[in-house]
Design a protein around this ligand. Structure first.
Ligand code: ZN
Length: 690
C-alpha cells in the first residue's frame, strides 16, 4: 500500500483579509500583503516548495523615500523561506528596467544580478530570485512558481511534452528545459506570447508557473493543476517496482550508521576529516522504493529537479541490504560503494567541466543521500540541519521518481544540464554563508553535562560547531543544558554507573547524528572520609562513579569511533586529587588516579586508531562538587577569605568552569596531542605534573 497525498487548497478569505489588515498597520499595501499570504500557503507545503525550490511575485506600486511612485515587481528574495516569508522577503525592483532587458540577446548571470540590484527600491534588500526576470516578463499581476512533486512526475518523463499536452491541453504552455536565468525567462515569455490564453507554464524537468489577476486566481490555478497531475498518476499509475528478497536477519540502522558516517567523511589527509552528520528516515513509502530491484537504476537517472543537486548532488548512493550476522563484510561493501560513488562523481565532473570555457573546482565528491534496502535512507550534511534537508529532499525525490515511473519512464534533467546548475555560482551562493567552525560536522558527548563544569563544556563545544549530546543523571536538566548550549544539541538522561544506560545514551547519539567523535567523560562526585577508617562500601561506590563509569563511557566511545574509522577524541576529567592527594579525599583521589592511568592505557592501545586520549587535571572550581558551603568551610578551616581561598594559586586568580571547558576544547583541537594531562588550577607547584 502506498500512501497518497493531496495538496489542498488552503485559501481562506478571513485569513487573507486578516493579513491585509495586519500589514496595513505596518504600511504594507494590499497587493504585497496578499502576496505574502499565498506565498506562505505555497511555502508551507513540502510537496510544492522544499528548501528554496520555488518563488512568487506581484506587480504593484511603491513610493520611494522622496515620495516618487514606481511600478515594481515584488519578487521573492534569496535566503527567505516561503513558508514563513515577510514582505521584506519580497524585495521591490523597478520593473521598467527589467522589461527593457527582454530586448537584449544575451545577459550574463552577473549582469542580471547587477541589473536587478541596481533597480531595487531598498538597496539593503536580499538578491531578487534568479527567476525574477521570468516573473517580470509575464504580464500577470500575480505569478506563482513551484517545483511540485506531482507536476514533476509529468515533467520528468521521457515523453514529457506529449504527456503534458495530453493532460493539460491548451491551458498550460510547455517550456523546454533551459537553466534558470535570462535565457529561460525569454524562452518562457515567448511560449506565453504564442498563446496568451494559457493559465500557466510547465517547465520541462523543472516545475510549474501559474498566474492570475489576483493572488487567489494564481494560487487556485497552482493547486488545480497540481491536483490534475496527481489525479492522473493515481488513476493511471501502475506499481513499477519488483521487491527484492531481504536478509532474514536485517541489521538495525544504528548498526551501520557509524560505518556509513565514517565512509562519507571527507578525508583531508593525515588523519584529518571534514565530517558529516546523518539523519535516518524510514516509512512504508521509503521502504517500498529502496526495497525495489530497480532502485539502483532509478538512482542513476538523477535528481527530480536540478536545484536539488546542491542538496543531494547527482543523486543517491545505494547500498546492499545489511545482514546483521555479517557486519564486517558490510563495512567493506560500504567502502566499495562509496569509492564507486566518488569515481562516478569525479567522472561526471571531468566529463562536464569546462563547458562554456569556464573551469570549475570540483566540490567534495561524497554522497549526501544513501539508500539502504530493508532499512530506509540516510541524509548526510555538515550540520544536522543540512542532513535533514537532504533527507527531506530525498523523500520528495522518491515520490517523484516513483510516480513518474508508474505512468511512464522517469527521465529527469540530463547530467550535463545538472552539472551546469550544480556548479552555477548563483546556486552555490545559496549554500555559502556560515563558515565551518573547528568542530562543524562533529558530535561531542559530555557526561555530567548538567553540572557547572559539564554545562560549560557543552557550551564550549557547541560554540565551536559540535552537536553536543549532554548526558546527566537528571534527564530534564540534561535537556536544559543542551538547549543552553544550542546548535541542535540534545540532552539524554543517563546513569553512567549503569552500563546499559550508557549504551542506550550512545545509541541515542548515533540515532540522532549518526555517530560520535568527541567524548568528554566528566561526571564525578567526591566523598570525604579518613582513609584508615573508611567504609569499604563508600570507596567501592566512589570507584563505580569515578573510575568504572569512565571505563564504560570509554568502551562505548571506542566501539563507535572504530566503526567510523575516522579517529576521535576521548577526554577525561581527572582531578588534582589524581596526582596530589588532599586529606580525607582518598575515596575521590584513588579512583581518579586510576582514571588518569586509564586515559594513558587508552592512548597507548588506540593511538593506531587515531583516537587521541587526554585528561584535564582541574582544581578548586565552583560546582556541585565544590559548592558554596564547602568553599566557605574550607576557606574558614585555613583562616582565609573565600576570595583568597579560591584564588590561592600561583596566578592568584579564581579558576572557573569555563577555564576547564577551554582546556577540553584545546585537547580536542590539538591534533597531534595524546596521552597528555593539562592542568587547570591557576598554578599549584605541589600538584604540578612530573
Ligand atoms: Zn524553479
Amino acid at each position: 500500500m502506498r500512501e497518497e497525498f493531496d495538496v489542498e487548497n488552503l485559501w481562506k478569505d478571513s485569513d487573507a483579509e486578516a493579513m491585509v489588515a495586519a500589514y496595513a498597520e505596518k504600511g504594507i499595501n494590499r497587493d504585497l500583503a496578499l502576496r505574502t499570504y499565498t506565498t506562505r500557503l505555497l511555502g508551507g507545503e513540502p510537496r510544492l516548495v522544499l528548501h528554496g525550490g520555488g518563488n512568487t511575485s506581484v506587480k504593484t506600486t511603491v513610493k520611494d523615500l522622496v515620495g516618487d511612485e514606481w511600478d515594481v515587481l515584488c519578487v521573492k528574495g534569496s535566503g527567505w523561506d516561503m513558508g514563513i516569508i515577510e514582505p521584506a522577503g519580497l524585495p521591490a525592483v523597478k520593473i521598467d528596467a527589467l522589461l527593457k532587458a527582454r530586448k537584449l540577446d544575451k545577459l550574463s548571470d552577473e549582469d542580471m544580478v547587477t541589473l536587478q540590484r541596481a533597480n531595487l527600491i531598498d538597496p539593503a534588500s536580499p538578491n531578487p530570485s534568479v527567476e525574477a526576470l521570468l516573473h517580470a516578463f509575464l504580464p500577470h499581476k500575480f505569478v506563482d512558481h513551484t517545483h511540485s512533486t506531482a507536476i514533476l512526475a509529468i515533467a520528468d518523463q521521457a515523453e514529457s511534452r506529449a504527456m503534458s499536452e495530453d493532460l493539460f491541453g491548451k491551458k498550460m504552455g510547455f517550456v523546454p528545459y533551459i537553466m534558470p536565468g535570462f535565457a529561460l525567462a525569454k524562452a518562457a515569455a515567448e511560449v506565453y506570447d504564442q498563446d496568451p490564453t494559457v493559465e500557466g507554464l510547465i517547465l520541462d524537468k523543472h516545475g510549474i508557473f501559474t498566474f492570475g489577476a489576483t493572488a487567489r486566481e494564481a494560487y487556485d490555478r497552482m493547486i488545480h493543476y497540481v491536483t490534475v497531475a496527481k489525479d492522473y498518476v493515481r488513476a493511471n499509475g501502475k506499481n513499477p517496482f519488483t521487491p527484492v528478497t531481504l536478509p532474514a536477519n536485517l541489521a538495525k540502522p544504528n548498526d551501520i550508521a557509524p560505518m556509513l558516517r565514517g565512509a562519507v567523511a571527507v578525508s583531508k589527509g593525515e588523519g584529518r576529516y571534514d565530517r558529516m552528520v546523518s539523519e535516518f528516515r524510514t516509512s512504508p513509502d521509503i521502504l517500498a522504493f529502496v526495497n525495489a530491484a530497480e532502485v539502483e537504476d532509478m538512482a542513476r537517472r538523477g535528481v527530480s529537479t536540478p536545484d536539488l543537486s546542491i542538496r543531494i548532488k547527482t543523486g543517491p548512493m545505494v547500498l546492499p541490504a545489511p545482514d546483521a550476522g555479517n557486519l564486517a563484510d558490510y563495512k567493506k561493501a560500504i567502502a566499495e560503494r562509496t569509492a564507486g560513488f566518488i569515481e562516478d562523481y569525479t567522472n561526471y565532473f571531468k566529463a562536464n567541466d569546462g563547458r562554456g570555457g569556464v573551469k570549475k573546482i570540483m566540490l567534495d565528491p561524497m554522497p549526501r543521500l544513501t539508500l539502504v534496502p530493508g532499512l530506509g535512507l540516510f541524509g548526510h550534511g555538515r550540520t544536522l540541519k543540512d542532513a535533514r534537508i537532504a533527507a527531506d529532499v530525498a523523500e520528495t525525490w522518491i515520490e517523484t521518481a516513483r510516480d513518474a515511473e508508474s505512468v511512464g519512464t522517469f527521465e529527469p534533467v540530463s547530467k550535463p544540464d545538472l552539472f551546469e546548475l550544480e556548479y552555477w555560482s548563483l546556486e552555490q551562493a545559496k549554500l555559502a554563508g556560515a563558515k565551518p567552525k573547528p568542530f562543524t560536522g562533529q558530535v561531542a558527548v559530555v557526561t555530567g553535562g548538567a553540572g557547572a563544569i559539564g554545562a560549560a563544556i557543552a557550551r564550549a563545544f557547541a560554540r565551536e560547531g559540535a552537536h553536543v549530546v549532554v548526558l546527566d543523571l537528571d534527564g530534564a536538566k540534561a535537556a536544559e543544558s543542551a538547549k543552553a548550549a544550542g546548535n541542535q544539541s540534545i540532552g539524554v538522561g543517563c546513569d553512567v554507573t549503569d552500563p546499559a544506560s550508557v549504551r542506550a545514551a550512545f545509541d541515542k547519539a548515533v540515532e540522532t547524528y549518526g555517530g560520535v567523535d568527541i567524548v568528554v567523560s566528566n561526571a564525578g562526585a567526591a566523598w570525604e572520609s579518613p582513609i584508615a577508617t573508611m567504609d569499604d562500601a563508600l570507596l567501592r561506590k566512589s570507584f563505580e562513579l569515578n573510575f568504572f563509569s569512565h571505563q564504560t563511557v570509554a568502551q562505548n566511545a571506542v566501539r563507535i569511533m572504530k566503526e567510523q574509522g575516522t579517529g576521535g577524541v576521548l577526554l577525561f576529567n581527572a582531578s588534582k586529587q589524581a596526582v596530589n592527594p588532599g586529606a580525607k579525599f582518598g575515596a575521590y583521589g584513588l579512583p581518579k588516579a586510576a582514571t588518569l592511568f586509564l586515559s594513558r592505557q587508552y592512548a597507548l592501545e588506540h593511538g593506531a586508531d587515531h583516537i587521541r586520549v587526554n585528561a584535564v587535571n582541574a582544581d578548586r572550581i565552583r560546582s556541585g562538587l565544590l559548592n558554596e558551603e564547602m568553599i566557605a568551610n574550607r576557606a574558614a578551616a585555613r583562616g582565609l577569605s573565600v576570595k583568597d581561598y579560591m584564588g590561592g594559586n600561583l596566578l592568584g586568580l579564581e579558576v572557573t568552569a569555563d577555564d576547564v571547558a577551554q582546556a577540553f576544547v584545546h585537547h580536542a583541537l590539538a591534533e597531534r596531542t595524546t596521552a597528555d594531562v593539562t592542568t587547570v588550577d591557576g598554578g599549584n607547584i605541589a600538584a604540578a605534573m612530573r
